[in-house]
Design a protein around this ligand. Structure first.
Ligand SMILES: [Fe+2]
Ligand SMILES: [Fe+2]
Length: 266
């Protein structure tokens, strides 16, 4: 995991995971250096990752006041319980549905919860953070963040892109990816992560971009894309084409066995 400032008040905690046949998927968590510091998502849960130790290189975990869980998928919850222990003043911003899903694995302390629905806002001291439903998502509990102070949008899984090289998944700016490669990778991800997009009413789907278009973010910070500054219009235009993109079908057992044979010694 490597950390860098992408804006004066936002740190990216960047990780990645290699998905066979798909690419290198960035896995980002973020720190919003508000008066009341906010951590957005908590990274992968792999045994060799220590999210709190990585976070400690950026901010004293004890100073964290809010942990905003955009949704309870395992690439977002890795350091959650360790951070709740290391940040005793922090409350977990999430939805009723997310808390319910998490409770199937481990009970969340109810007195640490702060339930927030799309359209509602959190006061982080020097800014209001407003929840919104991204146009694409893979979990019904998903709520992204609009930072009304910096104009930055934290889009959760939306706008993600599995990239062809490690160096791109760890890049500090989405412009490292060529426009053609970025478009193809975002459409692939849309099909992989939100397969329902191929069944939507195109008019209603286009209308779902309204809150984001109206907000006109100064930067899009996705969990699964290097930071994209000043390019929201083209990112939105790409995702508008997702319903007509090629649906994704994963490798089947024959493909797995063919792949395993390539691993066997000669
Ligand atoms: Fe997800
Ligand atoms: Fe994700």
């Amino acid at each position: 995991m490597h950390a860098y400032r992408t804006r004066p008040d936002v740190t990216v905690l960047n990780d990645y995971i290699e998905v066979p046949g798909i690419g290198f998927l960035p896995v980002n968590a973020f720190v919003i250096h508000a008066t009341q510091p906010v951590v957005v998502d908590t990274g992968l849960g792999l045994p060799d990752r220590d999210f709190v130790a990585s976070l400690a290189e950026v901010i004293d975990p004890a100073d964290v006041r809010w942990i905003w869980l955009t949704h309870p998928d395992r690439d977002h919850t890795g350091g959650l319980f360790a951070l709740l222990a290391a940040a005793p003043r922090a409350r977990l911003v999430t939805t009723f549905a997310a808390a319910g899903i998490m409770s199937a694995e481990r009970t969340l302390p109810l007195n640490r919860l702060y339930l927030l629905n799309p359209g509602q806002s959190l006061d982080a001291g020097d800014r209001q953070l407003t929840g919104f439903r991204p146009p694409l998502f893979d979990n019904p509990a998903t709520v992204g963040v609009l930072d009304t102070s910096s104009g930055v949008c934290f889009s959760s899984d939306c706008f993600g892109a599995p990239l062809p090289a490690f160096a791109l998944a760890t890049a500090e700016d989405a412009t490292a990816v060529s426009p053609g490669e970025l478009r193809a990778a975002q459409l692939l991800w849309a099909s992989v992560d939100s397969p329902w997009v191929h069944t939507v009413d195109p008019v209603k789907y286009a209308a779902s971009f309204g809150p984001l278009r109206d907000f006109a973010p100064s930067a899009v910070l996705s969990t699964h894309l290097p930071p994209a500054a000043g390019d929201a219009a083209s990112l939105l235009a790409t995702l508008l084409d997702a319903p007509g993109a090629d649906p994704f079908t994963g490798p089947d057992q024959a493909a797995l066995e063919a792949m395993l044979r390539t691993f066997e010694p000669a």
